[in-house]
Design a protein around this ligand. Structure first.
Ligand SMILES: *Cc1c(COP(=O)(O)O)cnc(C)c1O
Length: 357
């Protein structure tokens, strides 16, 4: 793929944020973006790195009416010595293709997309922040653009990548969160789109999240959509518990998102020789473990926060304190290990770091 470059002259580029502690998440974007188009007769065409800015869409575009959209989320990390790397980006491209297939969108060429990410990050390398635990968030996005109101897959598409420097997730230290186990709403059902990173999944989860926020919870924990008893995942994270010495997480049933962080955590735990079970488990099992003193730890896994410790789970009006309500030892050790691999402060036995420049 031959990417065309249309770069802003130096004097039109914005100043990089001086205070990296105010970055937050996904509020500020870099000077350039990547985009390419697709049509049935041409295939993928016009790959280009160009100034960041609004995109023109016909008001009848399929994405605006029927939500034909898939996205990804990964990060570029600054290494000691100032190099920049990605973390397992091939998994994100594979997952985007799985999401695209589910929404009848064309497949992306894996090498082309990895190349586009690397070239764009290289152009914007000064935007990768330097402070501990900051990073450059990468958001590949894929939308149906054909202007027609008939309900069918678009014939035309736009794929683009935008970049956002993001702050340290835990500004005030690695602090545990309170989670509401959702009883009324569900996120995904068998045969649906739960395994895909597609916009519609998030639109339909916002009401439950809003109501939970109003009651003082950070996120909701979803139960399965059929029996409302199996634990699935949290808003934008996979979920794991530790009963006694064993870490348990839901298998990839089709209704949960196959997280890259989840996969990495499972591999690290297996290498440490810690007992791990990928199996269905119910909210009742969690309650029993709590009552017998066996609910030692719970945490979420995802690219944005890496590992999110959970201090309390509330269900049907009663709350369970996880362990002693503090960050558990496995939670802390996994966080430290993953962060060290991502930021290059220890060696990478798995080959997960992919150098950019
Ligand atoms: C993105 C996401 C995750 C986490 O996936 P990672 O690849 O680890 O970032 C988990 N659940 C949902 C619903 C997600 O959207």
């Amino acid at each position: 793929m031959n990417i065309e470059y249309e770069l802003l002259p130096e004097e039109q580029r914005r100043k990089l944020p001086e205070d990296e502690s105010t970055l937050g998440f996904g509020k500020l974007f870099t000077d350039h973006m990547f985009s390419m188009k697709y049509s049935e007769d041409k295939g993928w065409y016009e790959p280009k790195i160009h100034p960041y800015g609004p995109i023109a869409l016909d008001p009848a575009a399929v994405v605006l009416h029927y939500g034909q959209e898939a996205f990804e989320g990964l990060k570029a990390y600054r290494l000691p010595g100032d190099g920049i790397c990605l973390f397992r980006p091939d998994k994100n491209v594979d997952r985007m293709n799985a999401s695209a297939e589910r929404l009848v969108m064309p497949q992306l060429d894996k090498d082309d997309v990895l190349d586009a990410i690397k070239q764009l990050v290289t152009v914007e390398k000064d935007w990768v922040p330097h402070s501990p635990m900051t990073s450059l968030y990468i958001r590949p996005t894929f939308i149906g653009t054909q202007a027609e109101l008939g309900v069918h897959a678009s014939t035309d598409y736009l794929f683009f990548i935008i970049l956002s420097p993001v702050g340290a997730y835990y500004e005030t230290g690695f602090s545990p969160v309170k989670i509401l186990v959702e009883e009324t709403y569900t996120r995904a059902a068998p045969g649906g789109t739960g395994f895909a990173k597609v916009g519609g999944n998030y639109a339909s989860s916002m009401l439950a999240a809003k109501l939970a926020h109003e009651k003082g919870y950070t996120q909701v924990l979803w139960l399965d959509g059929v029996e409302r008893k199996y634990i699935e995942e949290v808003g934008t994270m996979n979920f794991m518990v530790k009963f006694g010495d064993t870490i348990i997480t839901s298998p990839l049933t089709g209704s949960i998102l196959p997280g890259v962080t989840r996969d990495s955590v499972l591999q690290i735990l297996k290498d440490w020789g810690d007992p791990v079970e990928e199996r269905l488990y119910t909210i009742d099992e969690v309650i029993e473990a709590y009552q017998s003193g066996d609910l030692k730890e719970a945490f979420g896994t995802g690219t944005a926060a890496v590992i999110t410790p959970v201090s309390e789970l509330c269900y049907k009006g009663s709350c369970m304190t996880v362990g002693d309500g503090e960050v558990g030892p496995t939670t802390q050790r996994l966080y430290d290990e993953l962060v060290a691999i991502q930021y290059g402060t220890k060696d990478d036995p798995y080959g997960w770091r992919v150098p950019v420049c």
